[in-house]
Design a protein around this ligand. Structure first.
Ligand SMILES: Cc1cc2nc3c(=O)[nH]c(=O)nc-3n(C[C@H](O)[C@H](O)[C@H](O)COP(=O)(O)O)c2cc1C
Length: 206
């Protein structure tokens, strides 16, 4: 059975999206089934419409990626969360998805699933590590098996952090560097590898 990976992200201007897409591609290359889901805006339309770029990018991405549904989290063997860093915290849009998982938490339905996180920031010390680690807390509460990237591949020496891949986009919102893409690709493959090993162990135990 192929590993099922859910890449659940929010992105306002495409940087976190680029990481999410790279993770999905890498996971598919190693045989996983992947669902890419974009959390939807929670800001009022009147606010979004004041930014031509926000409105345009939200419409573009929403046409490409379905909204996350409960079924997606239940379907997945592994969930990779991606968020921009907003004032050192995850995007409200992603938190809103997490905050709807109460019924699944109560039934323990996400327990044992493999979890990981990645982030986008504007500045080198803008909070990528803290925001990535902030996703560890809900994963722990849900009983997920948190898989950090560590330095499990030499690409992690050049980008991201031991907690997860990341990209630093600057005020001009630069595209992720090749090194950033290599790190998120490694993370996507690693999620699949660990989830696959856990499934194989379960199958052996019957
Ligand atoms: C409300 C808000 C708060 C932000 N706070 C931070 C911050 O604390 N540190 C930082 O480096 N960048 C910060 N940024 C910049 C975003 O992290 C950056 O635009 C984002 O990572 C780009 O990702 P995206 O293209 O996927 O939306 C902030 C942006 C917004 C809109």
């Amino acid at each position: 059975m192929p590993v099922k990976l859910l890449v659940l992200f929010y992105s306002r201007s495409g940087s976190t999206e680029a990481l999410a897409v790279a993770a999905a591609e890498a996971a598919r290359e190693v045989g996983a089934e992947v669902r890419l889901r974009r959390a939807r805006e929670v800001a009022p339309a009147s606010v979004i419409d004041k930014s031509e770029a926000w409105r345009r990018e939200a419409d573009r991405m929403n046409a490409l990626y379905p909204s996350p549904e409960t079924d997606d989290t239940l379907w997945a063997d592994a969930i990779l969360f991606g968020t921009p860093c907003y004032f050192g915290a995850m995007a409200t849009e992603l938190k809103a998805v997490l905050d709807q998982l109460g019924p699944q938490w109560k039934k323990g339905q996400l327990a044992g699933k493999v979890g990981g996180a990645f982030a986008s920031v504007s500045w080198p010390h803008g909070g990528s590590e803290v925001v990535t680690m902030s996703l560890y807390a809900p994963m722990a509460h849900l009983g997920m098996i948190i898989v950090p990237t560590g330095y499990t591949d030499e690409v992690m020496l050049e980008a991201g952090s031991p907690y997860g891949a990341s990209t630093v986009v600057g005020a001009e919102n630069r595209p992720p560097r090749e090194e950033d893409l290599a790190a998120i690709r490694h993370q996507g493959r690693r999620m699949v590898q660990i989830a696959g090993a856990l499934s194989a162990g379960d199958a052996m135990r019957g």
